[in-house]
Every structure is written in C-alpha cells, then in structure tokens.
Design a protein around this ligand. Structure first.
Ligand code: AMP
Length: 311
C-alpha cells in the first residue's frame, strides 16, 4: 500500500563531535520518505521555498518518491533547523527553528495522496498534522511523531492529533515530557487512553520499546562502533517501521508483525547515523537492510535453560 507523509522538508545545520554541515537536506518527511521508499511508494506533502534546489527533489525522485504534493512557494524560505550534539549523542540541543513556508501552509492533498491507506504524520505543527489526517479519512493505519518543540508550544493540539491516530512513535524523553509519567509503561498507558493502540518509544543508542494490545516488545539499537550524526534517525526508524507495515496489506496487523517492523526501523536508523543527514541512506541498498535485520535477529535471540536457583 502506498504511504503518504506530511512533515518538514528542510535545510539542517548540524554540528556533532565528528564534524559539521551548514546546509544539508533534511526534515522529518524527507528522512522518513527515503527510508520508507525501500518498502512502498511514498508521497510527500509539504511546502518548500525558492531556495530549495531541484537537486534535492531529485534525491527523493531517485528513490521513487512522489513529489506531486510538494508545493514550491514563490518568495518563501524553506524550513530551517540548527542543532548541536555533544559526546552524548542521545542529547541534542536545538539552536534555531525557522518555520519559513510552513508558517502559512494549508495543505490541499491530491487525490492520490488523499486515498492513501497508510499515513505518517511526521514531526511538524500538530494542527497541520490534523488537517492532513482529516483529508485522509480512509487511511487504515495512521502513525504520528512529534518533538519537544511542539510539546512546549502546542501541547493541546498535539494531544488532539494523537487522539486521531493508531500509533504514536516518540522519543522516550519526549514521551515522558508529554505525559508527565516517569516510566515508559505508564506513559504508554496514558497515550493509549487517548486513542492510539500502539505506542513506540525511541531510545536513541539504547534502541526502541513498544506496547501494543498484545503486550510489550523491545529491541536494542544495532551495535555500531562509529556514530557520526544521529539527525533523522528517529524518522528513518519510523520510515522502516511504517514502510514494513505498509508492505503487508493482506497480513493481520498484529503484535508479531509490529515486532518485525521494529527490526526494520532499527536497521534503517542504524545506517542513517553512520554519516551526516541523508548521505548514507541515499546510497543504501535493500540487501544491506536485509543483512542488518538478519544480524539483529541473531544477536537478540537467546535460549532459556531453566536453572534450579538457590532458595
Ligand atoms: P530526528 O533526528 O529524527 O528527530 O529528526 C530530525 C529532523 O527533524 C531534522 O532533519 C529537522 O529538519 C527536523 N526538525 C527539527 N525540528 C523540527 C520541528 N520543530 N518540526 C519539524 N521538524 C523538525
């Protein structure tokens, strides 16, 4: 089933202990679309400014991403984000967020995007996420991501947006901030009380955890010696996760399938962090993804042998 995504289409300025980029292709919808494009056709919804070069659109098109609903706003500036990471790559600081053309954007989706059965509301203004959700009334699986910026500036809208989706995929610190609950299980219980049945917490280098109607599941991150830039890892995780769901239109959307989707999300995220921005994912192959999922399966399995323990 094709996937529609709305989210930021951006220029990012990023500094990590391993280097920096001043103006690279980024944005939640872009990272998501590149990752999900390994599973299904992806349609991106969102605005760009005059400053967004065609070479960036071509990077999406090379992966078969449909750009009909990317609107170029004459005289407008593309969304811009600046962030910096210290030695703890799980902890980043946002230095600047400029909404640019997103400030005035009112999405009008093409028929192709509206008819989608799988929708991802990537990180962007919650009201915009809601407008897109409303236009995709027939979607069978809708997932949402957000971040501290929106929890702090638009919490009520964000909770309303969450109540309209099936699955929430949030960074674990942001899940705690949003729910004001100290543990993932309590936070997941609260979010599930708002409507979604699936809650995923992204835990950076520690992996990801999930609660569904059928229980709990967690995976570590794929072990890597070198991490260069975590920007977009969360969106690539979501791209792998939602992409995997979309590729299984005829299978029941149960816990088992969602556990496997977590593995694909984890594999995509692990490649993303090996280089800056979208650089690694732009030249990723499907064989590399399959190899990493197989390796993840191998390293997370263990055989229980009951041991009579001392009383
Ligand atoms: P991630 O590292 O997966 O959380 O996502 C990083 C991407 O999110 C970057 O490419 C940014 O352009 C984008 N981003 C940062 N802040 C925001 C925001 N407030 N709203 C939407 N997208 C954002």
């Amino acid at each position: 089933m094709p996937v529609t995504v709305v989210g930021s289409i951006a220029f990012d300025a990023v500094k990590t202990p391993f280097g920096e980029r001043e103006r690279m292709l980024g944005g939640s919808a872009v990272h998501f679309a590149l990752a999900a494009s390994f599973f299904e056709e992806v349609r991106v919804v969102g605005p760009i400014g005059d400053d967004f070069g065609n070479e960036h659109l071509r990077a999406l098109q090379r992966r078969g991403v449909v750009i009909d609903d990317i609107e170029r706003v004459a005289g407008g500036r593309t969304f811009f984000w600046r962030g910096v990471y210290g030695w703890d790559l799980n902890d980043r600081q946002t230095l600047d967020t400029q909404l640019g053309v997103f400030a005035e954007f009112a999405p009008k989706l093409s028929a192709g995007s509206r008819e989608t059965e799988v929708l991802f509301l990537a990180n962007i203004q919650p009201e915009l996420q809601r407008q897109v959700r409303a236009q995709c009334a027939g979607a069978r699986f809708v997932a949402l991501d957000s971040m501290n910026f929106w929890i702090e500036t638009a919490r009520d809208s964000l909770v309303a947006a969450i109540s309209e989706v099936d699955c929430v995929i949030l960074n674990d610190a942001e899940l705690r901030q949003l729910t004001e609950e100290p543990s993932f299980l309590l936070a997941a219980r609260k979010v599930r009380g708002w409507g979604p049945s699936v809650v995923v917490a992204k835990q950076g280098e520690y992996g990801a955890a999930m609660v569904t109607d059928e229980g709990f599941f967690a995976l570590p991150a794929f072990p890597l010696e070198t991490v260069v830039d975590p920007t977009g890892a969360g969106d690539c995780f979501a791209g792998g996760f939602v992409g995997y769901v979309a590729a299984h239109r005829d299978a029941p959307l149960d816990h088992e399938l969602l556990c496997r989707a977590m593995a694909y999300g984890t594999a995509l995220a692990s490649y993303n962090v090996e280089e800056f921005g979208t650089e690694r994912i732009q030249r990723l192959s499907s064989e590399e993804i399959s190899d990493r999922v197989a390796e993840l399966s191998r390293i997370t399995r263990f055989i229980e042998k009951p041991l009579p323990l001392r009383r």
